[in-house]
Write a protein that binds this ligand. Structure first.
Ligand SMILES: C[S@@+](CC[C@H](N)C(=O)[O-])C[C@H]1O[C@@H](n2cnc3c(N)ncnc32)[C@H](O)[C@@H]1O
Length: 392
């Protein structure tokens, strides 16, 4: 079964209605959501992300057209490529490397971008081309440029845009360089997560223009949407809006293999101490504690592994030296054992960060912001750019 043009329009309108009700979509973008069918941009084999199980499952248009069509208009992210295109077969690969983002997040980002008539927009990460199509439908083909690093993905997006009757410029290249040929832009929107904001995006945005990007630290996979306004001096500043999780810019993915040499033997010569903080104090996915710790403890990656029914070990690795820390948590025990090794005392830094955050009244994510210097150096702050975080 394939949906007719009218049925596709109705499915798109229904998705738009749900997103309007949820407050994600603004009325000015509702028309584009109805007019540009998401299904046109999806390949025949897709892997929707199942929110309840946390797994991606294959759906083939040929084998199960009804589920495929339903998925196309469901509010779920859909993986469209694994392992930079190296992966073959139906089962999910190792790393999801291209996708059609969750419609709710697409709507929120378009809302926060606040792009209006006559504005020029640069999108980083074309992916399926759906977001570029929404932008082009509202702002006009000539005002939208989208950069995609993967040749096969870019080619598929161009073909889908053509089928939709749209022709924004799709550039094959590294979006970290922006696209100087089309600058200056009024808006830059990144649909891949960034760990270091490329200075080219600042340089190519006109003063007063806006950069909207999923930004985060290597402390965790989470990103927070940050909306930066570019100043006359070439810096940019703004607040974090909401937590999201995006696949990262290719060159900014965290390579976990780099930590193999960090802990040749456990506990080795590590110092031993105790902490009263609990596993819950570290925060979970999308919780501010985790994101804020990343802001306060730069160049640190962490992961929590279960070690038993009520036990887990949190690992912390320094990205600059071979310093590491490990904390063994056990539910119900009033303290946990800490091991630390190397010139950086990573757990001490994490504990200081969490203690500081708590002493400030555990401020929400939206009270934090970021100033990025023209050379890309990030300066996180609380409440106001004049109040930098007391770490760094
Ligand atoms: C989440 S998807 C983008 C979703 C897309 N906007 C849509 O509407 O379907 C992220 C995309 O960013 C691309 N990407 C990753 N690193 C990139 C880079 N350095 N430059 C340009 N694109 C990049 C990936 O290949 C992937 O297609």
């Amino acid at each position: 079964m394939t949906l007719t043009h009218e049925e596709e329009g109705r499915a798109g309108d229904e998705l738009a209605r749900l997103l309007l009700e949820a407050g994600a979509l603004t009325p000015e973008w509702a028309g584009a959501f109805g007019a540009v069918p998401r299904a046109l941009f999806l390949p025949d084999l897709i892997w929707p992300y199942d929110m309840t199980t946390g797994r991606s499952v294959p759906v083939s248009r040929g084998e199960d057209p009804e589920t495929w069509e339903r998925t196309a208009y469901a509010d779920v992210p859909v993986v469209t490529q694994w392992d930079d295109g190296e992966h073959e077969g139906t089962e999910p690969g190792t790393v999801a490397t291209s996708s059609a983002s969750m419609p709710y997040v697409v709507a929120v980002m378009l809302r926060d971008l606040a792009a209006g008539a006559g504005m020029r927009v640069l999108e980083i990460g074309t992916g399926t081309g759906w977001n570029a199509a929404l932008l082009a439908h509202r702002l006009g083909d000539a005002n939208v440029v989208s950069v995609e690093i993967d040749p096969a993905v870019a080619e598929r997006a161009r073909a889908a845009l053509k089928r939709a009757g749209l022709s924004p410029e799709v550039v094959l290249g590294d979006g970290a360089a922006g696209w100087p040929e089309g600058a200056p832009y009024d808006r830059v929107i990144a649909t891949a997560g960034v760990r270091a904001l490329p200075p080219s995006w600042l340089a190519q945005t006109r003063p007063g223009g806006v950069i909207l990007a999923p930004w985060g630290t290597h402390y965790s996979d989470q990103d927070a949407l940050v909306r930066l306004t570019v100043a006359e001096d070439g810096s940019a500043s703004g607040t974090f809006r909401s937590m999201v999780e995006f696949m990262k810019l290719r060159a900014q993915r965290l390579d976990w293999d780099r930590f193999h040499e960090h802990v040749p033997a456990f506990p080795g010569d590590a110092d031993v101490s105790r902490t009263k903080l609990t596993r819950a104090d570290l925060g979970d996915r999308y919780e501010p504690a985790r994101f804020v710790t990343g802001l306060c403890v730069p160049d640190c990656a962490h992961v929590v592994n279960p070690t038993g029914p009520n036990a887990s070990r949190a690992w912390f690795f320094d990205l600059r030296t071979r310093s590491w820390a490990a904390v063994d948590f056990r539910t119900g025990r009033p303290w946990s054992t800490v091991h630390q090794s190397g010139p950086r005392r990573l757990w001490d830094e994490v504990e200081q960060a969490l203690t500081w955050w708590s002493s400030q009244g555990s401020p929400a994510l939206t009270r934090f912001g970021l100033t990025v210097a023209p050379d890309g150096t990030p300066h996180p702050w609380l409440d106001h750019p004049d109040h930098p975080l007391p770490f760094g």
